[in-house]
Structures are given as C-alpha cells and as structure tokens.
Design a protein around this ligand. Structure first.
Ligand code: GLU
Ligand code: ZN
Length: 317
C-alpha cells in the first residue's frame, strides 16, 4: 500500500503573517488537497529571540480566516507541534549523528568565520572552511579554558546530492564545495533549523514539502540529513515568492500587507482571488474560496517566476 500524501505548513510565529506567507500557505494547501492528501501544521518557533508565543494562535486563526484547514498538527492546547516543545527529539537526532562521528565543536567567532570562509557561488551564503574540524583534544581544551563556547557542526562528505524539485526541476549540489560543514546546534544550545526541520519532517511522516524557493538551497542538506537519520526523503516543491515593487521579497515591514491590516479592509475570498490570480490559477480576478480552486491547481501554471505586487486597492477589486 502506498502511504497517503502528507504535506505541511511550517510557519515561524515571529510576527503577523503577510500576503507572501498566505501565498505560500494557499499553494501548499492546494498542492496537497489536489492530490487528496493530508495537511499538517507545525509551528517553527525554534528561535526564542525571534518567536513570541502570542503569535502562534494568531497564526492558526489567520490561516483559518483565509479558508485553509489541516488534519493534523497544532491546535489550541497541542503544543507538541511547536518546535520549542520538541527539543528532546532534536537532541536524539543530534546524538545519532554524533554517534556516527560526524559532529564536532566549532569555536570560530563571527569575525573568524568571515575571514576563513568564501562566499558561495549560487546564493551568496558562505562556505565554512572546516577550520575546527581537525582540532586536537588539547586545542579544544585550550579554547574551552578561554571560556569559548562552541557551536556544533556536522562534517559533510564530498557527495553530490541530486533531486528533482517538483517545480524547479533537477537540482544538484556537492555538499563539501557548495555548503561546507553546517551548524546543527548553536553555541547557546538552540538546535539549528536544518536539524529540527529534518527531524520533524521525518518523525511526522511528511512526504510533500511545499515552500518558497528561498529554501531551495537548504534542501540538499536536509535530504542528506534525512538519509543519515533513516527517514524517507519527501518530494520537495519550491514556490516563487511575492515581491514588492522594488523587487525585494515581501517582508514583515510591508505593514499594509500584513494579515491584520488585510482583515480590516478586505475579505478572505478577495485575498484568495488575488493570490490565485498572482499564482496564475485563474485568468482574471474574482473572489473565490480556496476550496473552489482545488481543481485549478497545477505546477505548470504556478511556474518559477517571482511575482511583483504593486499597491492593491482592495475596495475596487
Ligand atoms: N519555518 C520556515 C519559515 O517560516 C519554513 C521552513 C520550511 O518550510 O522548511 O520560513
Ligand atoms: Zn570553527
């Protein structure tokens, strides 16, 4: 028997969502629903400096307002679907990787990292030089004695990770050349996104990951970790992003497009219609519900080009 399709929303409750987040949520939902699959909601509140508990119920409520639903995951009172409650699972995954001899402490300061790494060709991220990989126990002890607290990195092989993205097509990356040894746990003890998302997608049986293309470059790392941890690798489909007139992606500072502001001036059907039109799912604007769009969804229509959002006059739509 084949496993049912299981997709997920994995938002970070670091503020009110904006139109760009709704675009991603709507398309992730349509992808899964058009395949007859299940949807899961996981709150990615890993970073205590950025995420506030109050945003979590707000976020779920805003998704419901748009007309999206989910079968599994976060509900009021079910905080086990918040990453901040799942540290024991990340610790377990960390120990498993440590047991393979792949994890080592990195004592580099921000300044040392900048000095000892080269910018990455494709997305500008920096490739770690592996400076701390070969430290001897005595060198580590000396750094500890200076009061340095290490972050923890995983040693990546010279392996090429290849996969076919459901929207962006064939992808491949040589981990050692294009990414370098990456962080699993920060020096303040917080587990890194790459580790947490991999453990969660694996443990939660997610087999369909739909998200913005800004995370396309993280995917080879996640696939490699999934394989190390013995999980089935999901199908990844990356989405174009909504951008402002100046060509930068929509962000929290675009206040007029945050869901709180949208809810004061328009309806969920208008927002859905606007997003569906931007996604290329309908040819001209009309107010619709997400459910009415299930039959219209296809990756060919969505395509890869980012969409520019000009000022929107909701009243005249
Ligand atoms: N929590 C991440 C974000 O909001 C998304 C992670 C993912 O989809 O893998 O950007
Ligand atoms: Zn280092």
């Amino acid at each position: 028997m084949t496993k049912p399709i299981r997709g997920r929303f994995a938002p970070s409750p670091s503020g009110r969502m904006h139109l760009g987040n709704l675009f991603a949520a709507l398309l992730a939902w349509l992808d899964v629903r058009s395949l007859g699959g299940e949807m899961l909601l996981r709150m990615e509140d890993l970073d205590p400096d950025r995420c506030k508990p109050a945003y979590t119920p707000q976020l779920a409520e805003d998704l419901r307002w748009l007309g999206l639903d989910w079968d599994l995951g976060w509900q009021e009172g079910q905080d086990e679907y918040c990453q901040s409650y799942r540290t024991e699972f990340y610790a377990e995954a960390f120990r498993a990787l440590e047991g393979e001899g792949l994890v080592y402490p990195c004592y580099c300061s921000r300044k040392e990292l900048l000095a000892a790494s080269a910018p990455h060709g494709s997305d500008g991220a920096r490739v770690y030089s592996g400076r701390c990989r070969g430290l001897s126990p005595a060198e580590r002890a000396a750094l500890e004695a200076q009061g340095r607290r290490p972050a923890w990195r995983i040693a990546v092989p010279e392996e090429t990770i290849s996969f076919t993205d459901g929207n962006f097509g064939p992808q491949s990356e040589v981990l050692s050349r294009d990414c370098g040894d990456f962080i699993l746990r920060r020096s303040d003890g917080v587990y890194a996104y790459q580790l947490a998302v991999t453990a969660d997608d694996g443990l939660m049986g997610v087999n369909r990951v739909v998200r913005g293309w800004d995370l396309l470059s993280s995917t080879p790392r996640q696939i490699w970790l999934m394989e190390r941890l013995g999980y089935a690798v999901p199908t990844y489909c990356h989405l174009p992003l909504l951008c402002s007139g100046e060509g930068r992606r929509l962000a929290k500072r675009d206040r007029d497009l945050d869901v709180g502001a949208l809810r004061r001036v328009t309806t969920p059907e208008k927002v859905t219609g606007f997003l569906a039109r931007a996604a290329g799912l309908i040819d001209r604007f009309e107010a619709v519900s997400p459910r009415e769009l299930i039959g219209e969804f296809s990756w060919e229509r969505v395509g890869r080009a980012d969409r520019v959002v000009e000022e929107i006059d909701w009243a005249s739509l």
